[in-house]
Ligand binder design. Structure first.
Ligand code: NAP
Length: 307
């Protein structure tokens, strides 16, 4: 990001949902685009109080209609299956020319839900590929998007100037922007994010259910690999339930391919086919190297942990 703060062409941004994503956008705008006024709303009164204490947005509104009044950009930062209800609550207060966006982890279903509720508004969905396993108003931090990708999935009819305006806002808060078709986004994220979460949820649950190995043994020896899955498996249950339900087809397609590949490896182990296992592990190690080369993770061993 350049040292000169970019001034994207928005005067007032309303953020609906003041958890990890909404809070991080508000804090990042405060730091990098101080010329933009921010308002926010969350349905949970305790979250609104905490959001005001932390200064996640300039003004925390007491209702959704007030939050979006005069906003020229409204970003929905609620769980994927809550997008439609949140948009309906805001609808009476929206400016007719307000640009509507969101940060939902699945894009086809969310765009459909927003479009059904706001048929006359321009909707340019977005998904910042950045997050943590934490949620709620204390989870957000200003640097969440630094160096991370934000994928915009505008409909074909979208005005390029409005796509560029939204891109500029994301670049201003540190993200790199890519434009993609929504269905393709859902397929890509099914393999890079949604399936890894499903696998983590499965393996941590399986370990918990085991009879032969005690829970204290699982925890004691977790540095053998298990604990890296537990970070992902600690992610917000509401959000991830919604992700799997709203990106069902792409996740099931990727799960089918994954299951076939897992069966292949199972067969190699059963047949003692060391060459097959070695070749497979060599190929996957190269993918880890590419992720580090492209600045998407640290090169430090064990993610830089000491123990
Ligand atoms: P979060 O920390 O749980 O925040 C969501 C907030 O929205 C909660 O405070 C929730 O309140 C509130 N909310 C729910 N329905 C609402 C409504 N109708 N009106 C107003 N507020 C409402 O979740 P998050 O991690 O920020 O995720 C938000 C969105 O970002 C999701 O769509 C997710 O797919 C996407 N995303 C998440 C990540 C990640 O790593 N977490 C990364 C990229 C994108 P309650 O607690 O009362 O439900």
């Amino acid at each position: 990001m350049s040292d000169v703060p970019l001034q994207p062409p928005f005067q007032k941004v309303a953020i609906i949902g003041l958890g990890l994503l909404g809070g991080s956008i508000g804090l990042a705008l405060r730091d990098h685009a101080p010329g933009i006024a921010t308002t926010g709303y969350d349905r949970d009164p305790a979250t609104r109080v905490r959001a005001a204490e932390r200064g996640l947005v300039g003004t925390v509104a007491e209702d959704a209609v007030k939050a979006v009044q005069d906003a020229d950009l409204v970003i929905f930062c609620v769980p994927p299956l809550a997008m439609g209800a949140a948009a309906a609550e805001c609808a009476p207060g929206l400016r007719a020319d307000a640009l509507i966006s969101d940060v939902g982890s699945s894009k086809v279903a969310v765009a459909k839900a927003l479009g059904e509720v706001l048929p006359h508004h321009t909707i340019i969905p977005a998904h910042p590929v950045a997050g943590t396993e934490n949620s709620g108003p204390d989870a957000g931090f200003a640097s969440l998007f630094q160096g991370r990708w934000c994928i915009l999935t505008p409909p074909e009819s979208a005005d390029p100037a409005r796509v560029e305006a939204l891109s500029a806002l994301w670049r201003a808060i540190g993200a790199k922007v890519e434009v993609m078709n929504a269905a393709h986004h859902d397929l890509v994220l099914a393999i890079t994010s949604h399936l890894p979460h499903l696998i983590a949820y499965t393996i941590v649950g399986t370990a918990d259910d085991l009879q032969e190995v005690t829970q204290s043994e699982v925890i004691k020896y977790s540095a053998g690999g298990f604990r890296d899955f537990t970070r992902i498996a600690a992610s917000d249950p509401t959000m991830w339930r919604d992700v799997f339900l709203s990106n069902r087809d792409a996740v099931l397609a990727m799960l089918q391919v994954f299951t076939e590949d897992l069966t292949e490896l199972q067969k190699a182990i059963r047949l003692g086919d060391g060459d097959k296992l070695f070749d497979h592990f060599t190929r996957t190690r190269a993918i880890r190297r590419s992720i580090i080369e492209q600045g998407q993770d640290t090169a430090a061993a064990n993610f830089g942990r000491q123990g």
